[in-house]
Ligand binder design. Structure first.
Ligand code: MG
Length: 372
């Protein structure tokens, strides 16, 4: 079997609000083969930069668009192709957009392999740890502490036993920060796990003050309190608080995850399949985490392609225990792009048994929202 083409599709909902909700648009990747099997993938990044990284023509031996590098290759050779893409675009793509773009192609290649063999990706990866996976509902904070509390209550009523709130208005001042967490806990009640995603807002000392103040509300993890390159701050914070520190969604291959783990001493390793280099790289990151005794979880706030990839990944590694499940009430784009929607029932999603990713695009929805 040979790869014949790679196409990217930028879809975007009509109204895009100025907030940290990456589910308002999406970049979908299709990899075509001469066997008539098409693989699908996704990239959560700056969409048109990714499109450029994939579609650019050969410039020189370390700056070549990924499409040109994989056409004519065997889609089963995922390890070889990962390195071919990495090496062939290393000048501008060793971190960030280049690796993000590789993720979309790598996910699609694993989808092709599964479809060709008639088995789900998690089985190809040697997995089978779960029949269903516990989810945490992942949402942005309400505009006020009170709105956050009401939202927490609604998510609890939807059956979730763990909920994460993130980003704005966290970081405005100490009083609001603590009130947001207090009301989130009040809305959830005593038992559900509560995660807080600060959204890169503090320095290490402020983060430690907040961690101490949040402790009475029983936080399961505190996510991304610091800017991503502040490894020394992460280490100081992590060593000074009992609360687990989670990070990883800004990282784009195992080398940057190693910095977070070994220098930053984080406690929970968060891998976004659509950014980190796809399944091929995510498995290595999970293994490095396992070697250090750390749990590895997904990050994902976009479409059900990302969610499907996360399910297969989490079902294939020994050190996963929960899955991020975007539960935003207003975003509608993801509901139109795929035929499957992986509904979390009583806080759990069922692991798919269909070949490949087990998710198909809804071509009508793709056409409706396609921009380029
Ligand atoms: Mg986050």
């Amino acid at each position: 079997m040979k790869i014949t083409d790679v196409q990217v599709y930028y879809v975007r909902q009509t109204e895009v609000k100025e907030q940290c909700d990456s589910g308002q648009d999406a970049l979908i990747v299709k990899v075509f083969t001469d066997a008539g099997i098409t693989g699908i993938g996704e990239v959560d990044s700056s969409p048109l930069a990714v499109k450029g990284a994939i579609e650019s023509p050969f410039s020189h031996t370390t700056a070549c668009g990924l499409r040109e590098l994989v056409i004519g290759e065997d889609p089963f050779e995922t390890e070889k192709l990962w390195y071919k893409m990495y090496r062939g675009n290393v000048y501008g793509g060793r971190r960030g957009v280049g690796v993000h773009a590789m993720s979309g192609i790598d996910i699609a290649l694993w989808d092709i392999k599964g479809k060709a063999l008639g088995v789900p990706v998690w089985k190809l990866l040697g997995g089978g740890f779960h029949q269903e996976i516990r989810c945490y509902a992942s949402v942005l904070f309400g505009n006020t502490p009170e709105a956050t509390g009401a939202l927490a209550s609604r998510l609890k009523d939807r059956g979730f036993t763990a909920v994460k709130f993130g980003w704005d208005p966290m970081g405005r001042n100490a009083e609001t920060d603590v009130a947001l967490v207090r009301e989130a806990r009040r809305g959830l009640g005593k038992h559900p796990d509560l995660m807080i995603d600060a959204g890169l807002v503090w320095d290490a000392k402020t983060a430690l003050q907040r961690a101490c103040a949040f402790a009475e509300h029983n936080i399961f993890w505190l996510e991304e309190p610091l800017r991503p390159d502040d490894y020394e701050g992460y280490r100081r914070l992590s060593e000074a608080t009992e609360i687990r520190i989670a990070a990883g969604e800004e990282e784009s291959n195992r080398f940057s995850f190693l910095e977070l783990m070994d220098k930053g001493k984080i406690d929970v390793v968060q891998v976004d399949l659509t950014r980190c280099g796809g399944f091929t790289e995510a498995r290595k990151i999970a293994s490095l985490a396992e070697d250090r005794g750390l749990p590895c979880v997904n990050h994902g706030f976009t479409t059900y392609v990302n969610i499907a990839a996360a399910i297969h990944f989490l079902n294939s590694i020994p050190n996963s225990f929960i899955m991020e499940y975007v539960a935003e009430e207003e975003t509608t784009l993801r509901d139109h792009l795929t035929r499957q929607d992986f509904v979390a029932k009583d806080g759990y999603v069922t692991v798919p048994e269909e070949p490949g990713l087990g998710v198909e695009l809804n071509e009508d929805g793709m056409r409706r929202f396609r921009v380029i």
